[in-house]
Design a protein around this ligand. Sequence first.
Ligand code: IVH
Length: 672
Amino acid sequence: MTLFDDIEAPEREEIRQLRKELTEHNYRYYVLSSPVISDMEFDRKMRRLQDLEARYPDMFDPKSPTQQVGSDLSPKQSGKWEQVAHRYPMLSLANTYSREEVADWLRKLPEGVEIVCELKFDGLSISLWYEHGTLTKAVTRGDGQKGDNVVENIKTIPSIPWHIEGEDVPERFEMRGEVLLPWANFERLNQERSNQEEALFANPRNAASGTLKLQDAREVARRGLDAYLYYMLGEDLPAKTHFDRLQTARRWGFQISEHIRVCRTLDEVMAYIAYWDNARKDLPIATDGIVLKVNSLAQQEELGFTAKTPRWAIAYKFPAEKQKTLLREITYQVGRTGVVTPVANLEPVHLSGTIVQRATLHNEDFIRSLQIRPGDMVFVEKGGEIIPKITGKAEGIASLDYDYHFPTECPECGAKLVRVEGEAAWRCPNEQGCPPQIKGKMIHFVSRRAMNIEGLGEETIELLYEQGLLHNIADIYTLTFNDLASQERFGEKSAQNILNGISNSMLVPWERVLFAIGIRMVGETTAKKLARRFTSLEQLQVADREQLIAVEDVGEQIADNIITYFADERNREIIRRLQDAGLQMQGEAPEVVSQALAGQSIVISGTFTQHSRDEYKAMIEAHGGKNVGSVSKKTSFILAGENMGPEKLKKAEALGIPLMTEEEFLEITTDH
Ligand code: IVH
């Protein structure tokens, strides 16, 4: 090894790291439709990887994200969609945020070349297959080589023709384009989701992608997707230029953008970009850049493709929209869990299609590090997230006399705020007396995954709280028909529906009741595990710290939260009332079938074919055994499936603990 190898090592590691990161981001973006970083950041990372790979050609890997297009294929096991191999690979475009690079690209093209300028639609690409004039398939990009056939959903888009006619329509061809959800439909959809307390889509692209993969075409139709087509593919197609082909496609009935222009000089191209940089804000659909394509198809062919992108096209992407505006005031918002977030109240500005007047300032440290104060000009941005954020200070210098203090008291209830060590957030500890927290608890209680009380959503809870009809979750069970029917917004029918919903919630099992009452940090899974161990409220209420910690997933912090919860007389009173109302406060105690495994400590490891892990766990308990998490010398045996964890295996061998197969285990338990 030379000295240089040593020096290069960090960059090689960076390549590996970036490949891993980008693969994950691709998955989040294309498959889950919920990216966690902005497009800009993604592109920056991709650039960095491209640069590094160019410097270390020996690290070339065809599987690198730089060599493959991101994949939107649904996970294989779902088996929901027919997978179809693309006749022509579905490539992406080289892209840049720099107008200088656009100019460089143009300068390298043959002299006198015509450029078609188009909007870059921010949706997801689709390939429509037509045979004898009939739409037969609609294939998503997938991994570029094969995609999902979502034709049933595509047929809900009114602007996509199911059949086309015309003398010059080829026997077989593909139209490629972008499926998108117009702003108006996106906003309506999010409004509905917010009313129903469902997660919001961060942007129209994610909404379109989530919609296109729905199983219910009626719901797809209702949401109102649209599509613009921008590329024709096949043999013996009409026209010699891209532009003329699109005109032909329009004549056949496809929706082609009105805003396509043929440009002949760099100046014309730059003017197009400059115009749309601003004008796009008034479009009814989301765009994220401009696409430039060589017009002549003969020239396109000459230029050809790289592994991932055509050389005859490039995308210029608009930078994430950022606006400068005046910070009028900092206010503080208390969330459902008591976290206090500083909010910037702004001079209203237009940003990515909406007017923004509030944005998050994150936390105390953020404000201090940028020395932000009311009266400053600040930058506000809307990234991939729903809530706009302040990203910086537009003017101003560091000053020695800067002084900022986070409030010491809760703006809602006046309680003294606390800042947990190691956390950036300040929190209001007054869970029982702080209005947003009280409402938050009730909203959580009625939500779908908890008590699932239909008809009782966020707005209704707020309303009934404001009127003094609800103070805590137990009050829900004392609501009367009159309380509800006398509300202006309800008729008798919805009042009755809510009462039915409330009465159905008596059937919700103990484990979900335990989740619904909202003990801090007791989520769905923890509640399930607790409910299995403590099969009634009485048992749980008297459990000590040690017994609680013995439950899988329950650490000291959660154990303390449970103890604190039940130590509070107000909580005990609420629980008593819920119990009196008839809620399920006990689960089925696991049935004891035999004592075949009495006194045995059994570890389960690996994957199984005949029963699930949970079923085996239940069986162990039903036969008097104890299921434990880790191997020790007290372990009686290991119920070992396929691919048992290597650590456990090593330990078992070292301690001489026997392994038992699934079959052997079933034999000893079914006899009894
Ligand atoms: S042309 C072989 N034109 O942007 C080139 N793509 O970042 C085919 N896109 O995968 C693509 N608007 O999903 C083209 N006017 C437009 C476009 C467009 C949006 C999308 C498309 C592509 C992605 C690349």
